[in-house]
Ligand binder design. Sequence first.
Ligand code: PGA
Length: 250
Amino acid sequence: MRKPLMAGNWKMNKTAGEAVSMLKALKPEVADVNDVEILLCPVFTALYAANEEIKGSNINLGAQNLFWQPKGAFTGEISPSMVKDVGCSYVIIGHSERRQYFGETDETVNKKVIAAFAAGLIPVACVGETLKEREENVTFEVIEKQIRGGLAGLNAEQASSLVIAYEPVWAIGTGKTATPAQAQEVHAFIRKLYSEIYKDAADKVRILYGGSVNPQNVSELMKQDDIDGGLVGGASLEADSFAKLVKYAK
Ligand code: PGA
């Protein structure tokens, strides 16, 4: 059985102090949840304080990015072991905003995924088509290229523990969610494709849906066979709303 994962991607929001306040409010609201894994991904500068605040709780910490080199002359970058050292167990890789604004490609995503695993982190690797690609009926081709390129070269254990996030770009931050059926269709496609590459790991890999997930639509999405959780932006910023998401409650 795959344990559902509800992940919050805070993007470029919250100072360290604001992150700590949110976590203080969230902790008691989700303290009794043990059938869903909880993950929050603050900005780099809030990770240390966030980690201090969540110690001993059921909330996991993740970063939103890393660089694949272990150290050296790469001004402004942060290595996988630094992300691990500050308390993260997960890291988001290849979010569509990174692809769109910072030139990330399937090749850089692959380097980051491999480097994250090598440092003991679990990557949450993002894939998804743009509106233009959906309208041109190339969604499956686009996703296949992203999966084959971005997720190549994993061993069996890595392939099983990886988390994939399917985020249709047209649904991110727009209030337009894919319908549960639209999302399920792509999730099932991803799992089948993954089984061609990584065999049995396809039953274990968790595939999250992302794109305007909120307390109103979460329970229908979570009923789909191949949706194992959510990667949530806007609705993860406030404790009340994120606690509802974790409980699939309106
Ligand atoms: P959203 O963002 O929930 O605000 O649409 C999701 C994401 O980009 O991860």
